[in-house]
Structure formats: C-alpha cells, structure tokens
Write a protein that binds this ligand. Structure first.
Ligand code: SAH
Length: 362
C-alpha cells in the first residue's frame, strides 16, 4: 500500500472525513507523494496522452491562434505569451518553434511565461525550453505575472484543479466526503455541509436522491484571476479541456492510471484524478469581468484553424503509411468519437476583439 494511502487513513481517523476537493488536492499535490509532484503522468509510458503529445499540429494551430490574438489586440509591447500547466513543455516548444517560423518578431517582442505548480515539472520544462532562443520565466501562479497584456494558453489545466461534490438526499444537497468504512478503508460518505441553492442549474430541481452535483471553486478562482488580468491589462486566453458546455447534474469524478480507469481510492498519489470541466460556470466568471467568451468543441476549433489543410501539407511528401499516421492523429484530436466532441475550447478576450477561427460570438 502506498504511504500516502496510509497517511490519508490516519488523517481521516484522527481529524474526520475530508471533502472530495481536499482528497484530490492531497492526492495530486502532496509534496512527498502527490501525483504531479512525483509521477511521470504523460505519454505512452505514463497514464494519459494529451493533445500536444499526440501531434505537433495541435501546438502549431494554437501558435497561429496566439499570433492572431496578439495582432487583434493591437500588437502590444510589452506583452506576455504564457502557458499555464505546461506538463512536459511540449506545447510551448511547438508554439515557439512555429512562431519563430511565422513571425519571429512576436517571440522577440514578447516575454514568455510558464505557470507551473509542480517544481518537478517546472524543472523538466526548463530542461526542454531553457536552451532555446526565447528564454521563458517560470511563475508559481497567475497573480505573479507582470501587469502587461497577456496571451495565455492552458491545455488540461482546469480538470487538474480540485472540485467538490454534493449528493441529493432527503434533506437537500449535502457535501460528499471521503471517510473510512467499517473495514477502515477509504470510502465515500455524506457530510453535513450544504451549498448555496442559487448556484444549482435548473436541471437539479428534478434530481433524484443519490445524484451528484459538482462545483469547483478553485477552477472558478483561477478563471477569475485570468479574466481580471485580461480585463485590466488586455490580451486573450484559450483553454482546452474535457467537459460540458452546460452545467448539469452528474458524477464525473475519475481516476486514470496506465491509460485506463482506476478505482478512485486504490492508488492515492499514483493515479491522475480529474472531473469534467463545467465551462458554463467558467464562462459566467469571465463574463462578469465584461469579457467576450467563445465556446466550441475541440473538433470545431481545430478544423476551423486549418487542421485538415495542415495535415494535408504534412502528409504530402510522405508515403501512404506516413499519411495514415497523420490521419490517425487528426481523428484522435478532432474526431467526434475521440477528443473532438468531449474536449471543449474556451476563449476569452475584451469585447470587440475578434479571435480566430469564429470571430466575435457574443
Ligand atoms: N498541458 C499539459 C499538461 C496537462 S496536466 C499537456 O497538455 O500535456 C496538468 C498540468 O497542470 C501539470 O503540469 C500540473 O502540474 C499543472 N498544474 C496543476 N495545478 C496547477 C496550478 N494551480 N497552477 C499551475 N499549474 C498547475
């Protein structure tokens, strides 16, 4: 048994049940045994494969988006191009390589920022990017960024932030907790805490007993910081993550290990814990700062940015096997039954700044 599981059991035995959010925060970020602090999550040998690790085309199209967002913002100087939650650093490496080909002045004129909570992953990113022409600066969180226009990218960052769960009971919505069962094993229980009824979506009214509603104050807090920065200093942000465009009732808590679902309590600190991102809630936060919000599926976004044309150009000099491999990557990134529909893209910018590929939407 992992030492973290033992520690969690001792903590709960002495202090009582902990929230789903606290369980997730400890499992992912415990300084000694947390998932992001100690494991190698990404890629074929890890637990899950993210879009930038599937194909360089993802980062190339994001680079085009970032360049266009900078142009549409009036090419501000100074400005910062930053990524939050950069994992292995692959996405930023692809973005910088592409920008150096498309318009090196953007890279020369911008400061490059990396916002990473895990010191181990920040070190990995330093090794990957530290030797290039553009010298990034690392920041522990968004509030430390310089007060200049910001073009910010984040792939699978929101799903990595803790969320809370509430269970419908005969006495209303109660917070779902992690506690110990009769055998002393980690298990769910229902706590006493409730929630502000005003945040419940209309669909929650007909929820049956036992159904789950999820809220993520830490995700909304991150969006609040980013939106406040962009509302005050200008710029734009783009986030891709798996989740839903409308808030709703449902249990989406999951553990991923070695490319498959894992029991939520079996391997604390050794499995990735996530839940679907509620983009409607995040969009509401950004709109309260007066920003425009554009939401789409990842498939619509990538195809709109020219995924098929880029794949065609990359495949042209290759043999049939090479072209097939590229087609497979296109299907994984944008196919309706793969990441194309489940993953969503959210963009925010001050009102009247049209962003590709859809222009201004609301
Ligand atoms: N964007 C990468 C990695 C996604 S995993 C990719 O697509 O491959 C989530 C990343 O977010 C990890 O690098 C993790 O350490 C980081 N992270 C988690 N919480 C964070 C926070 N509050 N601030 C900054 N980075 C965070």
């Amino acid at each position: 048994m992992s030492d973290l599981k033992e520690r969690l059991k001792r903590l709960i035995a002495s202090d009582g049940a902990i929230s789903v959010a606290d369980y997730m925060a400890i499992c992912l970020f415990d300084p000694e045994s947390g998932y992001y602090t100690t494991s190698e999550p990404f890629g074929v040998s890890g637990d899950f494969v993210t879009a930038p690790e599937i194909s360089q085309m993802f980062g190339e199209l994001i680079a085009v988006w970032a360049l266009s967002a900078w142009h549409q913002s009036g090419k501000p100087v100074p400005s910062m191009l930053a990524e939050i939650g950069p994992g292995n650093g692959t996405l930023m490496a692809d973005i910088l390589r592409t920008l150096n080909q498309l318009d090196p002045t953007f890279v020369i004129l911008s400061r490059i920022g990396m916002i990473e909570a895990s010191p181990r992953l920040a070190e990995k990113q330093r090794q990957k990017l530290g030797t290039g022409k553009a010298k990034p600066t690392w920041f522990p969180d968004v509030s430390k960024l310089p007060k200049v226009p910001l073009i910010l990218i984040g792939n699978e960052i929101f799903d990595a932030l803790p969320f809370r769960q509430f269970v419908k009971t005969d006495s209303g919505w109660r917070e779902r907790m992690v506690s110990l069962d009769d055998q002393g094993e980690l298990s769910f229980s229902v706590g006493l805490g409730s929630l502000d009824q005003n945040i419940l979506p209309a669909s929650a009214e007909t929820a049956q007993e036992g159904e789950i509603f999820e809220v993520a104050p830490s995700r909304e807090a991150l969006m609040d910081l980013v939106a406040a920065h962009i509302a005050k200093h200008g710029g734009a942000a783009l986030f891709a993550d798996y989740g839903h465009l409308q808030s709703g009732v449902g249990d989406t808590f999951q553990a991923m290990r070695a490319h498959g679902y894992d029991d939520l309590f079996a391997n604390p600190g050794m499995a990735d814990l996530t839940s679907h991102v509620d983009f409607e809630a995040l969009a509401g936060v950004a709109r309260r700062h007066g920003l425009d919000v554009t939401l789409s599926t990842q498939g619509e976004f990538l195809v709109g940015m020219g995924l098929l044309e880029r794949a065609g150009a990359m495949g042209a000099p290759l043999d049939q096997q090479g072209r097939q491999a590229i087609q497979q990557d296109v299907d994984r990134l944008a196919g309706a039954d793969q990441m194309g529909n489940l993953f969503k893209v959210m963009m925010i910018a001050p009102k009247g700044v049209p962003l590709p590929p859809f222009g201004t939407m609301d």
